[in-house]
Design a protein around this ligand. Structure first.
Ligand code: ADP
Ligand code: MG
Ligand code: ZN
Length: 470
């Protein structure tokens, strides 16, 4: 394996976050009873005419702007002809010659991956292979869902880099509000092109393509498997044939599916039903002005403005849900370091599923909780217990504050402190003679908290203790 370079190019399909489909007004929503979000256009009845969804075009432009693509001033739609029952009109409306975006790049840790293009097309329906005798069923709900297809140059050289690329791409699309990229729903799917060549050789080897991988893990496994397979073929004197292979995730291997089609097999031609789309520069600039901060920019802000470490900033910008949550909590409790500590430990430890980040305390309540700790109205330990009860039972923070809050206060607290101090003369002596009196002091506050099970007004307790130890 060490004698070979691996060359990888990706084609990534992402379903765009629009309300309606790309060429008709049917709902763009996942699932639903089969064939209920359909009309003559998106099931592909003869003669039905497509109307372009402007939002879909804008989202592709937006995606392109986050990756420094050039936005074409004229975009054209072509018919890509092929018959498959999930695309009943026997062609897909797609783009070949003048896609919406050209060029661009995504920067990984150690390299720049150049993009070839991003174009807009329609998704196909879904074949449901029934195990019962009825055979294969078709659900057209997904037909006509807007898809952006991004094609990279063959700049990726390992399975790890491919996953790093996809992770960055997914992050960008989610942050920009372009796509939700729900992998388990097929919202982001990837075709992987792999070839190998002798180390250092400038000539590319023959590639194979594996289609429709829908998890980063299978992309990783598929690349490793395929590169190894190709090297073995070459080492045994064989040749790689250009073909489409099917990745079988259950068995961890790929098998030949069909000889690779080339673009001439699809007989692309401009779709006479579609007008060319002019994209005025003002529109591009308007769209640019709506772009939120991207993960890398947010990361820089977190480190620069809030003084967080790179490690902390990386975690907080891993997912938009998390960075939004962080920023929102800051509005209620303006201490970035403390909020970060709580999110990285208490919040993330309680999150079960990192795909959906279901955080069961509102930013407002977390802010309140941290204020209570800061004002010493509740102890840290009690605050964690309160958090658990809010998280697990949805209890109200105001009620919990009464229960846990510093309700041992005033004269009662004073009497308690006096009793503790007078019954521990040895500790009092230590405090006065020790090099580290603060340690002894903390021991006293600890005693007060222990006796009140954390419910003493901590600020007051400290004041009383200092007074008596003077
Ligand atoms: P097609 O539709 O035939 O797959 P595209 O041009 O849309 O063609 O996509 C080709 C993909 O294959 C691109 O991502 C490109 O970077 C990649 N690619 C091209 N040549 C090679 C190669 N020799 N090895 C690996 N990937 C390649
Ligand atoms: Mg391809
Ligand atoms: Zn429709």
């Amino acid at each position: 394996m060490q004698d070979y370079d691996i060359v990888i190019g990706l084609e990534v399909h992402s379903e765009l976050k629009t309300n309606s489909k790309v060429f008709c007004s049917c709902a763009n929503s996942f699932g639903g009873e089969p064939n209920t979000h359909c009309c003559p256009v998106c099931v592909g009845l003869p003669g039905a005419l497509p109307i372009l969804n402007k939002k879909a075009v804008e989202l592709v432009i937006k995606a392109g702007l986050t990756m420094d693509c050039e936005i074409n001033d004229l975009a054209v739609f072509e018919r890509k002809n092929y018959f498959y029952p999930d695309l009943a009109k026997a062609y897909q409306i797609s783009q070949l010659v003048r896609p919406i975006c050209i060029g661009g790049h995504i920067d990984l840790k150690d390299k720049k991956v150049r993009l070839n293009r991003i174009h807009l097309e329609e998704d196909a329906g879904k074949l449901v292979h029934s195990t019962a005798a009825i055979g294969t069923l078709i659900d057209y709900n997904r037909g006509g869902v807007p898809l952006m297809e991004l094609v990279t140059e063959p700049d990726i050289s390992s399975a790890d880099e491919a996953v790093e690329f996809l992770t960055k791409l997914r992050q960008k699309l989610i942050y920009a509000g372009v796509a939700e990229c729900k992998m388990e729903q097929g919202g982001m799917r990837c075709d992987v092109n792999v070839s190998v060549k002798k180390k250092g050789s400038s000539e590319f080897g023959q590639r194979t393509e594996m289609k429709n991988l829908n998890s980063f893990k299978s992309v990783h496994r598929a690349i490793e498997y395929e590169a190894k397979r190709q090297i073995e073929v070459l080492e045994n004197g064989g040749q790689i044939v250009q073909e489409t292979r099917k990745w079988d995730d259950n068995h961890g291997k790929s098998v030949t599916m069909r000889k690779k089609e080339t673009s001439s097999d699809y007989r692309y031609f401009p779709d006479p039903d579609m007008l060319a789309v002019e994209i005025p520069r003002e529109d591009v600039e308007r769209i640019r002005s709506t772009l939120p901060l991207m993960p890398d920019q947010l990361k820089a802000k977190f480190m620069g403005e809030y003084g967080l470490s790179e490690y902390e900033s990386d975690i907080l910008t891993k997912d938009k849900v998390l960075s939004d949550y962080f920023l929102e909590t800051l509005k209620h409790f303006d201490n970035p370091k403390e909020v970060t500590n709580w999110i990285l430990t208490e919040i993330l430890n309680r999150v079960k599923d990192e795909e959906s980040f279901d955080i069961k305390i509102t930013p407002c309540d977390l802010g309140k909780l941290l204020s209570l700790v800061a004002e010493k109205k509740v102890t840290r330990t009690n605050a964690k217990e309160m958090l658990t009860r809010i998280w697990e039972n949805g209890e109200k923070i105001t009620a919990l504050e009464k229960e846990y809050g510093g309700n041992v206060d005033g004269d009662a607290l004073k009497a308690l402190v006096e009793r503790i101090v007078s019954s521990n003369p040895k500790a009092v002596e230590d405090y006065r003679t020790s090099d580290t009196p603060e340690k002894v002091f903390r021991w006293f506050t600890g005693q007060v908290m222990k006796e009140t099970r954390g419910k003493a007004n901590a600020a007051k307790a400290e004041e009383f203790i200092r007074e008596l130890l003077k």
